[in-house]
Design a protein around this ligand. Structure first.
Ligand SMILES: [Zn+2]
Length: 107
């Protein structure tokens, strides 16, 4: 093992990843509205059930797990970052129960 070699490479990768993720997350946040998270998750679950019915177990598991992880990471208050409960609907003009920030603008 080279002294400092792999660890320097690892640190460089981490730095690069952190930067890339931050940029991606910023773009994603603009694209993805909180109100859109739920329909996307439901769609992924339905697609998972469809794959399940078609006998594609691996694809079905991927869709179900993907939707679960997506919900877990995306369904958060954009202001304070606290996780919101997926069970509650998100009507227009609703506010974050923790910090009071408006989650969905009234139309
Ligand atoms: Zn909040």
């Amino acid at each position: 093992m080279e002294p400092g070699g792999p660890s320097a490479w690892f640190r460089g990768t981490l730095f690069w990843n952190g930067k890339g993720q931050a940029v991606n997350r910023k773009k994603f946040k603009i694209k993805m509205e909180l109100a859109m998270v739920k329909p996307v998750c439901v769609g992924a679950v339905l697609l998972g059930i469809f794959f399940f019915a078609a006998g594609r177990w691996a694809a079905a598991l991927c869709m179900l797990l993907g939707s679960y992880l997506f919900e877990k990471s995306m369904y958060r208050c954009p202001a304070c970052g606290r996780k919101l409960d997926m069970k509650y609907p998100l009507p227009a003009g609703s506010r974050c129960p923790f910090c009071g920030a408006q989650l969905r603008a009234k139309k």
